[in-house]
Design a protein around this ligand. Structure first.
Ligand code: PMP
Ligand code: GLN
Length: 380
């Protein structure tokens, strides 16, 4: 069989969720909330369905939703995107990421991917015939950070795209203003594009602000900015996201999107558009998740886990070297089977085998779920 991705297997998230349910473990592995979304959001979607919004929407997305997204970006980041030509609604962030890669990466083009990296980037680059160029984050006292000097050194005349992700899955690190300036210095004067995965944009803690690329005009003019309603509104199963990009890039993006999914679920787009008129849900998100982060971190203080900083996302990374010498994948499986708490090995986010003795826990869970997990983990 001359298929395109022979080496690709089932994602670590699916595997660990299956193992968690097989062993009746508390699932802090795959990143999704175990609590309900706001009932008001369901009412908006229900009203949209009953109002008859049940046929194909525009290929680019329902105009009201694109308008609401553009208004949110402007209110939040002070950046203007034209809702007609610069915003597209996608089938989750995953489709936005893959579509962006397919529309601009040619066979042989290099794409710099900062590792650990979310697992969908590399297969999409491979489908485009591109060459992923992994660039490892460094891990110091302050947690994970991007070594910009090494990233600059990885740029070649074949570099077409740099993928960034902030807040970052799985490390929970966030890029700060000096990071964004370092990135701008690297791409200035080149034709390198940026794919900025910002699905956790509303989960930045301790009073810090999210450094979206769209705050930086020099970066925004060459960037695809990707987000996901699944994360923001606790509905990961809806698989609706969006991409914002300058009109020239967006025109190319839409050529691929048009023949990949064509368009995205109509009633949910209408429901989201009217629900988004109230900014409260996403403005409250940092406090909501920071409390859960702190509950989880405090609960592990008495254990032999060492917490890494968790400045953003709904993930907490922890070192377990004082508990076990197992490689990450085996430790995560042991934790699931024996301790009955599932986690994700950070090694799964690297293209080359790399063991750091760190696993990722998802704290987007009911307090009672977190307490049950903590009961089990704190004895370690
Ligand atoms: N990027 C990152 C960093 C993610 O964590 C996720 C969610 N797992 C996605 C993209 C995909 O988002 P969606 O579910 O909207 O496709
Ligand atoms: N984004 C989620 C995570 O990182 C998982 C998404 C998926 O299952 N593909 O855990």
């Amino acid at each position: 069989l001359h298929t395109r991705l022979p080496a690709v297997g089932t994602t670590v998230f699916s595997l660990m969720s299956a193992l968690a349910s097989e062993h009746g473990a508390v699932n802090l592995g795959q990143g999704f909330p175990d609590f309900a979304c706001e009932p008001a959001l369901l009412d908006h979607v229900d009203a949209a369905m009953r109002a008859g919004h049940n046929q194909y929407p525009m290929m680019t997305g329902v105009p009201a939703l694109r308008g609401a997204i553009a208004a949110k970006i402007e209110a939040h980041y002070g950046a203007r995107y034209d809702a007609a030509s610069e915003i597209t609604v996608t089938a989750g962030a995953t489709e936005a990421l893959t579509t962006a890669i397919l529309c601009c990466v040619h066979p042989g083009d290099e794409v710099i991917v900062i590792e650990p990296a979310y697992d969908s980037y590399a297969p999409a680059i491979a489908l485009a015939g591109g060459v992923p160029v992994p660039l490892a984050m460094q891990l110091g006292e302050q947690g994970y950070s991007v070594p910009w000097d090494r990233l600059a050194a990885a740029v070649t005349p074949r570099t077409r795209l740099i993928v960034i992700n902030t807040p970052h899955n799985p490390t929970g690190s966030v890029l700060r203003a000096p990071d964004m300036r370092a990135l701008a210095d690297i791409v200035r004067g080149s034709d390198i594009l940026i794919l900025s995965d910002e699905v956790y944009e509303h989960m930045v803690y301790d009073g810090a602000r999210h450094e979206s690329v769209c705050r930086y005009p020099e970066l925004a003019e060459r960037s695809f900015v990707v987000s996901s309603f699944g994360k923001t509104y606790h509905v990961t199963g809806w698989k609706i996201g969006y991409v914002a990009a300058p009109a020239g890039l967006m025109a190319e993006f839409r050529k691929v999107h048009q023949y990949n999914v064509f368009s995205v679920n109509t009633p949910m787009q209408h429901g989201l558009a009217s629900y988004m008129a109230d900014p409260a849900p996403y403005l409250e998100l940092p406090a909501f998740y920071q409390r859960k982060r702190d509950l989880f971190r405090d609960g592990l203080k008495g254990s032999r886990f060492t917490m890494l900083p968790a400045d953003g996302t709904y993930f907490q990374c922890a070192r377990y070297e004082a508990i076990s010498a197992l490689p990450e994948s085996e430790f995560a499986q042991w934790l699931t089977r024996e301790i009955k708490v599932a986690a994700i090995p950070v090694s799964a986010f690297y293209s080359q085998a790399r063991e750091s003795g760190i696993v990722r826990f998802c704290f987007a869970k009911k307090d009672e779920t977190l307490r049950l997990a903590l009961d089990r983990l704190s004895s370690l």
